[in-house]
Design a protein. Structure first.
Length: 339
């Protein structure tokens, strides 16, 4: 693929963000007066650091308290919401020293990895993640967070983590598709991971592009587009990968001597070009009105027109119909709304 086009395609991609640790509403269980007093101190603490310090007293005095999982989740969520990577790392490590049950460690590990990523410490993220996965190989949240970090690094032209990210992401996707929910994960959080499956496949597709593995790239992006047919980014990347196949096939055809083999090869070239045209049309249809895609959309539209003319005797008749076929259907008008 043309390096400028490849960079442009990656530049417009929305970052894959696994934000599955949103605020949760958890019922407060009945507890003793002493536990309640500590709970009030935790609630009164002004920030995550203060809450963690107050929670340490709860865990020390009442290690089996029914309030422990409640505050572990609340504090983990609050650490996740911090915007300073270094602070997130420090508090996540403090959390691990206080809440040291296996389920609690699984809760905070993705947050710690996000902190490393935000602090621009991908080596530390993959080191910590690898250590954890050595003991907990099916930790989905950790697997997909490392996929996300590796993909973001690849977008920044750092291919160091592509192999690891691909391995971890592939296993994470397998677990999600097999519906193997971790015992400690809530049904609501698991649904969020399942809903993000198209993005995970898209990330895997990007890793395939960086490696130059077109077959894997196209398989993954096709799967992503099947899971989320309205996402234009899948077709943006897919069109580029298939176009690379077309350009190689065209060069091979041109170098062949005249004869039956060359005639047969021409049909393969045409078929590949038709796939390129179809992917372009998908992208043009789905990217309409998306401001951040406007510059590349204009360029892709010109490429689509050139290819379409080449396949249709210099004419564009039917091209707009092809684009329209892939547009999202308009919402039906409310019969009771004012004109």
């Amino acid at each position: 693929m043309n390096s400028r086009l490849f960079s442009l395609r990656l530049a417009v991609l929305i970052s894959v963000t696994v934000a599955c640790a949103g605020a949760r509403v958890i019922a407060q269980p009945k507890v003793s007066p002493d536990e309640q007093k500590i709970a009030q101190a935790i609630d009164a603490a002004p920030d995550a650091a203060g809450k963690a310090k107050a929670a340490a007293e709860l865990v020390k005095k009442f290690p089996k308290s029914s309030l422990r999982p409640v505050y572990a989740q609340k504090i983990s969520d609050q650490i996740h919401e911090l915007t300073d990577g270094e602070q997130k790392i420090a508090l996540a490590q403090q959390f691990k020293s206080i809440f040291n049950d296996p389920g609690e460690e699984e809760m905070i590990m993705p947050v710690l990895l996000v902190g490393y990523a935000e602090a621009k410490k991908p080596d530390e993220a993959f080191s910590a993640g690898a250590d954890y996965l050595a003991k907990h190989p099916d930790a989905v949240a950790v697997l997909v967070e490392l996929l996300t970090i590796g993909t973001e690094q690849a977008k920044q032209k750092n291919g160091k983590f592509v192999g690891q990210a691909e391995q971890y992401g592939g296993h994470g996707i397998e677990l999600i598709e097999a519906n193997k929910k971790p015992a400690s994960m809530s049904d609501a959080t698991w649904k969020e991971y399942r809903d993000l499956l198209p993005r995970f496949y898209q990330s895997m597709g990007i890793l395939g592009m960086v490696k130059g593995d077109r077959a894997a790239t196209q398989k993954r992006l096709t799967r992503a587009s099947e899971l989320d047919p309205k996402d234009p980014y899948n077709f943006l990347l897919l069109s580029g990968s298939i176009n690379d196949d077309y350009e190689d096939a065209a060069k091979k055809y041109q170098a062949m001597p005249e004869g039956p083999a060359k005639v047969a090869e021409l049909e393969k070239v045409k078929s590949t070009l038709d796939r390129v045209i179809d992917s372009y049309a998908h992208f043009i249809a789905l990217s309409e009105g998306v401001a951040q895609l406007a510059p590349i959309r204009q360029q892709e539209l010109q490429d689509l027109e050139n290819y379409y003319k080449f396949r249709h005797n210099g004419k564009t008749d039917g091209m707009q119909d092809l684009i329209n076929k892939y547009k999202a259907p308009a919402k039906p008008k409310d019969l009771f709304s004012l004109p």
